[in-house]
Design a protein around this ligand. Structure first.
Ligand code: FAD
Ligand code: SF4
Length: 508
């Protein structure tokens, strides 16, 4: 009896129980396929780094004595779909059963279910042994309605006993230190260097190009700075805990044209490909607090991202798919401005966030949410186009995490399932949190007329446009009270500038 076990590109979890012993009756199957490279236009570094990490994983398995069948993108025998490659591997290995781990993406899960029914041999689906809350538990907890992230997070912290004192209360007497985590970065302390070593991956890039895969962004193939092995991922975690975590909380919401990463971890690629386990990341952060090398506010702020947001958005995804991928509560329909693909815009904040994304395949959360996402929200860009951009451009973008963050958190297209109000803001927020505005050709203090910051103009226009729906949201009471105080002439002037800006988004 031989079993074929499928390992997807984002399932590089060396600690999975599958790999505990090398078995001659098991053949592992890995593949680089066009159906995965082509469902959206990906950043070149994302494709290169993923293939490099997959190949390194396959080599490590072979070294440990496992049998591995690997299809490279350019192999002539590669049929470029899950179905064909699985069928062929089952045939060549004379397998009479196959197994796979749960896929994280709806699209892939559907495709693999179809393969299972067509193949005619038994298929067993096992847990990927990565997330802290299993899919069955998600269905149970989210069956009636999606809870607020805060309660989901507190429940998980209690269940896992993370930063909980013996009386069952959160350490420090509070669940949330957000108030202390909103400082602007004044340029000191210096932000640590980019954490990942450079890899020369020109050979892989050539194969990708030769196969005709269309990508975007700067491939920079002789210096791809992303982790491709677990050893590197661990080293990056250790460096983050030592050098950045102590300041992570304080500057979590800060943005700078001079420091793309600031004190963020850049661990999302290693986490989403499963090279790192969320529990080891969280334990390392808590260990730093216990040793006194990182303050509680920073550690709480960091673990909230992992056991709060990361687990929560995945739960929302699985509770709400497939309908979630087409929600559009605000009826947004404008095309994405061309400069999202080129960074050629006069708005400094957007130019900085997008050019950094094109060159690094990375932007931190506040850049994604309050710059690129905020602009798309205010301008009423069609969520399908916004999704395609986020799903392609970031190194860590996989639909289970990208979709709820984009459609839900940043575009409010789910009407409030994930967030209780839209993350919409004018220039005031960006000016306070960043160093972008003082060198911008737009005026961050103006809200209409020549040179007025588009964020201001479009923010008030957004409030005006959506009064019918958002005006009823109690969490939006303050902006609507402020809008009511604006005199009629100024409202009219804002509407006129907004109309002009919206009609020429590509040239802003
Ligand atoms: P840090 O700031 O160092 O945070 C630590 C870790 O927490 C991250 O590595 C990540 O695993 C997790 N995390 C933090 N915030 C979130 C969040 N909101 N949702 C899920 N996990 C979170 N994250 C992705 O991993 N893939 C995506 O495709 C993705 N798309 C996004 C799209 C939009 C519009 C927005 C607003 C956010 C998106 N995020 C996405 C969430 C977040 O921006 C990234 O996880 C984070 O910027 C990755 O950088 P980091 O590793 O330096 O994170
Ligand atoms: Fe961005 Fe407006 Fe500031 Fe310019 S002035 S950087 S467009 S927020």
């Amino acid at each position: 009896m031989t079993t074929v076990r499928l390992i997807l590109g984002d399932q590089l979890n060396a600690a999975h129980s599958w790999f505990r012993e090398a078995r001659p009756d098991v053949c592992y199957l890995m593949m680089e396929i066009r159906s995965e490279t082509d469902y959206v236009r990906h950043h070149a570094q994302k494709v290169i780094a993923l293939f490099a990490a997959m190949r390194a994983f396959a080599d490590a398995l072979r070294l440990a004595g496992h049998r591995v069948h690997y299809y490279r993108i350019g192999d002539t025998a590669n049929r470029q779909t899950f179905a064909d490659n699985i069928r062929e591997t089952v045939r060549t290995c004379s397998a009479d059963r196959w197994e796979r781990m749960e896929a994280d993406e709806w699209r892939v899960e559907q495709a693999l279910d179809e393969v299972a029914s067509a193949l005619g041999i038994p298929c067993r689906v096992v847990d990927a042994e990565h997330f802290l809350v299993g899919r069955a538990e998600v269905s149970r907890q989210f069956a009636e309605r999606v809870p607020r992230m805060e309660y989901f997070y507190r429940g998980l912290r209690k269940k896992l006993g993370l930063l909980i004192d013996p009386s069952g209360q959160p350490h420090g007497g509070r669940w949330n230190f957000d108030e202390e985590n909103r400082a602007r970065w004044p340029g000191t302390p210096a932000a640590p260097d980019w954490p990942w070593q450079a890899h020369d991956l020109r050979a892989i890039w050539q194969e990708i190009q030769h196969a005709g895969v269309a990508t975007m962004g700067d491939p920079n193939p002789d210096q791809v700075r992303w982790p491709i092995t677990r050893k590197e991922a661990r080293a990056g975690l250790v460096a983050f805990i030592r050098h950045s975590l102590p300041e992570f909380g304080r500057f979590q919401d800060a943005m700078s044209a001079h420091a793309p990463l600031l004190f963020h971890s850049a661990l999302s690629f290693a986490l989403n490909t499963k090279m790192l386990h969320p529990r080891e990341v969280v334990d390392a952060a808590i260990g730093a607090w216990e040793e006194g090398t990182a303050p509680l506010a920073a550690v709480e702020g960091f673990i909230r991202q992992i056991i709060g947001w990361r687990e929560f958005v995945r739960a929302v995804y699985w509770a709400c798919m497939p309908a979630y991928s087409s929600v559009n509560a605000l009826g947004a329909s404008r095309p994405l401005p061309e400069w999202y693909w080129t960074a050629k815009t006069n708005m400094h904040c957007l130019r900085a966030a997008i050019s950094q994304s094109l060159s690094l395949a990375y932007a931190h959360h506040i850049q994604r949410l309050m710059i690129t996402g905020n602009f798309a929200l205010l301008a009423g860009i069609a969520p399908d186009e916004v999704d395609a951009w986020y799903l392609g451009i970031y190194i860590d973008a996989f639909e289970w995490v990208e979709l709820p963050n984009t459609r839900g958190m940043s575009q409010f297209a789910d009407g409030g399932v994930l967030a209780s109000k839209p993350y919409a803001a004018g220039a005031n927020y960006i000016r306070k949190q960043s160093d972008y505005c003082h060198t911008c050709q737009y005026d961050a203090r103006r809200r209409h007329g020549t040179g007025a910051c588009p964020f201001n103009v479009l923010y008030w226009d957004f409030i005006d446009r959506h009064g019918e729906t958002l005006g009823r949201n109690p969490r939006m009471a303050l902006p609507y009270r402020n809008w009511a105080l604006v005199n009629a002439d100024e409202k009219q002037a804002i509407r006129v500038t907004a109309k002009q800006y919206l009609s020429q988004l590509d040239s802003l």
